[in-house]
Every structure is written in structure tokens, then in C-alpha cells.
Design a protein around this ligand. Sequence first.
Ligand code: CS2
Ligand code: MG
Length: 412
Amino acid sequence: MIIDRAEVILTSPDRNFVTLRITTDDGLTGLGDATLNGRELAVVSYLEEHVVPLLIGRDAARIEDTWQFLYRGAYWRRGPVTMAAIAAVDMALWDIKGKAAGMPVYQLLGGASRDGLLAYGHASGRDLPELFDSIRSHLEQGYRAIRVQTGVPGLRSIYGIASNATSEENTGVRYDHEPAQRGALPHQEDWDTGAYLRHVPTVFEAVRGEFGPELPLLHDAHHRLTPTQAARLGRSLEPFDLFWLEDCTPAENPEALRLVRGHTTTPLAIGEVFNTVWDYQQIIREQLIDYVRSAVTHTGGITHLRRVLDYAALYQIKSGMHGPTDISPVGMAAAMHLGLAVHNFGIQEYMKHGARTDAVFQQSFTWRDGYLHPGEKPGLGVELDPDESGKYPYVRAYLPYNRLADGTVHDW
Ligand code: CS2
Ligand code: MG
């Protein structure tokens, strides 16, 4: 099992994806996801220029050693580009090990701790009727847990609202509701924290009134609040019993969460922009969160996210792995294998990929009655179709950003 070849595949079926394919001298192949939304080429270059040359000739079976070599052996540690590249190598090696053993990766991680993974989807609307329709449609698709994002009166367009989107067919510009938009420059959105804080509790009150007390509901604040604003939001949402409030404050400042925690019992989720266990060290040790939001893709792969989750388990903190459409089917498969195996699984985010993406990546997971399962194929269970991937060249794309009414750039 010596690594013979490692290729980086950049394809853009419904959006950009960076995939690493490793081939061994005995003909086994493994796939890893290295997609960094809106900054894809940085990881392509890091992989091609700096990592691939180090892989050729290595023993593909030595997953831990390869991880330590790529992490500790480079002087410059951490950061999203490095950790996405290491993640892709790690995933591909787990894929190969599974294929060599004839077992799905979750079996190599200790076997299933549950029958399936509860997953949540993204409902959204500019107003209540649109939001209710979106929630109903998600329930019809089988979702048993729902993230609720809403338009705010007075704001033109807000990130994460599906109906703000215009389709590629109509405009020539792709703009889905969790986009990096294909285009020359990032799209500008507007923001008003006061209006948001006044509006959101009224929306959750209406949603609870319509859909009852039992449906697990989640909400993402996308890092836009100060600690006192986040504390106020958490407290005002307590009557509506959220599953979690996500990214209430910018992730760089763990101390902010102490203040939030001191004022609200609304569960907190954070970490989709974190890359290592060190980013989590303080907030896990001080029990400042309830859910770890990292994706396998952005946190150094299965090997490293497993380490984060084992640490989190000491403090009754669970997984809530990031799963928007910018995590490729390979990254989603890795999340499902890890989520099935660890004891402290919480919930899995699951946004369906488009038909073109599903044609490029042949997958073996199942989605039944609100639960995901990675399937029983050896390895991760995903194969890439080279003819399909070759049809969709990379298109530069940016996430949007937002400004306040006076023109100030606001937190993401
Ligand atoms: C979002 C993401 O899924 C989520 O919770 O915060 O869609 C995020 O905006 C994108 O992944 C950014 O790449
Ligand atoms: Mg989020």
C-alpha cells in the first residue's frame, strides 16, 4: 500500500469542489474533500505544490503518522488552508484503509453507536407564510429537525434565505441561499442588529404556535452579535426551546461565550470556522458550548475531528458537524462515518446537493425518515466519475458580505 499517485481534482457541478484522489501501488484509490468555500484555489495550490510531493512513496496504511508528519513536520501550523489539505489526505487514507479491509470506515472507527444520524435541514423565508411553507416542505422531505432563518423587516437581503435567491437560468449568475456566488466580486448584503434582535423571537413564537413544541428548531446568527446582544437573544429565545443557537458571536473570541453562557440556558453551537483542537481547547474545558460545529473537511480530517470529539465527550459536549452544500459528498460521507461511530453524536447538518453534484460523486449513503446512514460499501462509499467532473470547470466564486446602513463593514 505505497502511495503511487495523488491528484487534485477541481470541479464545479453546482458549486466548486476540491477533491484529492490518492492511488496506491496495488491499485486502491481513496478520496478526500478539501473544499474551502470561496478560497478553493488556495488549497489546490497548497496540496499540489507542498503536500502531494511528500505523499509519493509513503505507506498509505500509516494514517496517524502521515497526519503528524503533515501537521508537525511543517513549520507553519493550523489555519483553514493547511487543515483542509491535511483533512483531504486523512480522508483519502481512511477510504483506502476501508477498501483494503473490505469494511466501511465507521467499522474501523469502532463500529456503529446508533442506527442512523438525526439530520437537520435549512428552512427559511422572507416572511412567515414563506417560512411556514419552507418548514412544511422540509417536513415532507422527511426532516425531523429544522434550522429556521428569517428575513428581517427593513433589510433587503439576508444570508441563508432561500427565496432571496435568483436562479442561474434566469440571471446567468448562480445565487443559491448558502452560496459562494459565481461572479467577479462578492455580493453586498445589508444588516441591522437591532431590527434582527426585535424580530427573531417573534418568528420563533409564531413557528412554535404553528408547528407545536416538539419539533427540534435551530438558528444560526452567523457571528454577527456582540456578547451582550447574543446573551439577550439567547434569553429571548428560551421560551421556544431551541435545539441550539449557532455562532452567536465571532468565533475568535472564546471569552465572549462566558458572558453569553452566564445569561442564557439556550444551548450554544460553535466551530464551523475552527480548524484544530486548540481552537476548541478553552471553550470545551470551560464548557462554554454544547455542540462542536466542525466539519471533517475543515478540521484536519477524521483523525483530528475524532480527537476534538473525544475531548468534548469529557464535558458532555456533542457533535453537530457542519454539512452545508460546500462540504462535498466526500466530506459528508466522512462526517457520516465519524458521526455513526462516536458516542457523543448530537445532530448532523444536511443540505442536499444538486443533481449535477450527485452525478459527479456516486454515493452510497441513505436518507430515511430524517436519519442519514453512510452505507456499507468499503471505505467512505463515494466514487468520483471523471467524465462528469471534467464537464464542469472551476468558476471563481465569493461568499457575500454585509454592511450597516452607514456603510460600515459588519461581522460575517
Ligand atoms: C452556514 C454555512 O451551514 C451553516 O451553518 O453557516 O452555510 C456557511 O455559511 C458556509 O458553509 C460558508 O462556507
Ligand atoms: Mg453556520
